[in-house]
Design a protein. Structure first.
Length: 400
């Protein structure tokens, strides 16, 4: 038994003299043995109680080392003490390695992530939302190919009401991303991600960039802002803005296209989703001149957008054919899913403007990306500042 005790202590990087965890001499680790049926523990298991020093609570390096070097997966954090959690049925559970296998169907997942995430932020978030949910335990979420990690809080909701508003307030207060989900589309099955283009796939509004080069930037931008806030009918606003571009040189379009900045994480998101046999497409109220280019650049499966009318190398100030508006985007989601035999439960729609809400509502998961407040309030989840590939943490947490 002594030999097995030493083996387990070495496995978890414990120093028996003093007994401390390797990440910090200021964080005292108390441990004792309890009977355990887990075969790898040879009849016993370690109960962890790590008293975290104040300076380590707010250190992202400390949490990162616990995850990367010490193998932290499931844990609780109570009054500055990190413990192995109990399972949702009340049985103790190992913090370094997960074997939770009980029914978690009654619990939602609060996915928390940000650059430099630390333990104090986890406590601040769950305490600030204590009127709306009760914490069971935390679980570290990692996805191969995505740098860093997220932390998923398993929670029981205290209210059936939508809590997007308090989540939004807490996310802003502590500068973290917070996504509340139950079940999400699964990476284990084919799926479809349909994205808006402007300010979602790319970090600009193409029509504003064209207008700036054409000398009508302020006039067009003012209309764009009102349209994205849902204060103007999209079709009318688009025709109004395009009319301002009459007689602009076609070469301006190529200037804008050559300088298109991709949103952080979009290429990685597309590559990883496609490795799971997902389809990825654009449905945009913008212009096919740019959407078609992005389809090739990012190896997307489809792109639907509006066609600018061009005569004699000049823009006429008109759009050809029917406008791709909110309803067309939603129909595109449905038709592409049917075309590729993808279940409705495996669809995601992502966008930033009011024009994307119908598409988001039609999908199994609607994602507001760097969006306006009206959109964040109505979407299923919101990514406020993070890269597009952080969506993969949410998908992984939803299936955990």
């Amino acid at each position: 038994m002594v030999a097995e005790t030493n083996r387990l202590f070495n496995r978890y990087n414990l120093i028996k003299t003093g007994i401390r965890l390797g990440v910090s001499l200021n964080s005292i680790l108390l441990c004792h043995w309890i009977p355990c049926a887990h075969s790898d523990c040879y009849g016993y298991s370690i109960v962890f109680e790590i008293k975290i020093a104040d300076k380590d609570l707010c250190s992202h390096l400390y949490l990162s080392d616990l995850v990367r070097q010490q193998g932290l997966i499931d844990f609780t954090l109570i009054e500055g003490t990190l413990c192995r959690p109990k399972t949702l049925t009340g049985e103790p559970q190992s913090a370094f390695g997960s074997n939770v296998s009980d029914d978690q169907s009654n619990h939602s997942k609060l996915v928390i992530f940000t650059e430099g995430l630390h333990l104090q932020q986890l406590t601040q978030v769950t305490q600030a939302l204590a009127d709306y949910l009760e914490l069971a335990f935390y679980r570290v979420i990692k996805v191969e190919g995505v740098s860093g990690f997220a932390v998923c809080a398993y929670v029981a909701l205290k209210t059936p009401n939508n809590i997007n508003t308090p989540i939004e307030d807490v996310a802003k207060r502590f500068s973290v991303e917070i996504c509340l989900v139950n079940k999400t589309p699964s990476l284990a099955e084919p799926g479809l991600l349909l994205m808006d283009m402007d300010s979602t796939v790319i970090a600009v509004e193409c029509i504003d960039e064209i207008a700036e080069l054409a000398g009508v930037g302020e006039q067009v931008s003012a209309v764009t802002v009102l349209a994205m806030q849902g204060k103007l009918d999209f079709v009318q606003s688009l025709r109004t803005r395009v009319a301002c571009l009459e007689d602009a040189d076609e070469s301006i379009l190529q200037q804008v296209r050559d300088a298109l900045p991709l949103m952080p994480g979009v290429a990685n998101l597309v590559n990883i989703l496609k490795s799971y046999e997902w389809k990825v497409a654009i449905a945009s109220g913008g212009f096919s001149y740019f959407a078609d280019y992005l389809q090739v650049r990012l190896n997307l499966d489809a792109a639907v957008a509006n066609d600018l009318d061009i005569q004699g190398a000049k823009l006429t100030g008109k759009v050809q054919g029917n406008i791709v508006d909110a309803n067309v985007k939603a129909q595109t989601l449905k038709s592409l899913a049917e075309q590729w035999s993808i279940l409705p439960s495996q669809t995601i729609a992502m966008g930033d403007g009011a024009n994307d809400l119908v598409m988001m509502n039609a999908a199994a998961l609607g994602v507001a990306l760097h969006a306006k407040p009206i959109v964040r309030q109505q979407a299923d989840i919101a990514i406020r500042r993070g890269g597009l590939d952080s969506l993969l943490w949410v998908l992984a947490a939803g299936q955990a």
